[in-house]
Write a protein that binds this ligand. Sequence first.
Ligand code: PGA
Length: 246
Amino acid sequence: MRKPLVVANWKCNPTTLDEAGRLFNSVKKGIRNIKNVQVVICPPFVYLTGIKHQRASIKLGAQDCFWEEKGAYTGEISPIMLKNMGCEYVIIGHSERRMISAETDNVINKKLKAAMKAKLKPILCIGETKKERKERTTFKVLKKQLESALKGILNPKSLTLNSLIVAYEPVWAIGTENPCLPTEAQKVLSFLKKNLKNTPIIYGGSVNSANAPRYIKEANFDGLLPGGASLIPKEFISLVKNVSQS
Ligand code: PGA
């Protein structure tokens, strides 16, 4: 069995490199003896270089990337830049980018292809809104998000751990302390597995140290994508420990 993946999404936090370094070091120290969980930390771009030399067994990821390699694209960061500075993973299509930064399915598809071309492991986020869940269109929405993100990418069923990770992140569960119950999330997982046989599927949305093991043990997810919990060293260390013992 492969190791569960725990991907820390720091989002737009913290506000100084010193704080980022302290957070990273506390986590590194706290999980140093845990070998059966793969931890990935996704800090804001500007802290990637600052913490890359301290990383030990922790892998680095970015929270987004652009779809071109280089050129006249003011403010953008390309996948190859991330790869060249030590990143292995990149989050693509997070619901905050879809909603706040107006990222479309087409943009997500371009970013995914570019990340794969640069040999980064993309973590593609998909998830339904509260309204969509109420209207019972969750599966339809997820299918559409998947299909458009993977458009032009050869047979998604043949994708493996090395090429793609999918994160099921119900939008209504993000940052709310109201996670999708593992039993409910598992129904979605079974649906996704039909379309993505070999692709690891992780869960995100109000994951904490207490509920984390249930998504792995009871619901059979391949990992987790905590946001808020990844900013509190004690909480994040317990989360990783609990996953390692699950
Ligand atoms: P949360 O965020 O754990 O704070 O709900 C998860 C995410 O947005 O990836």
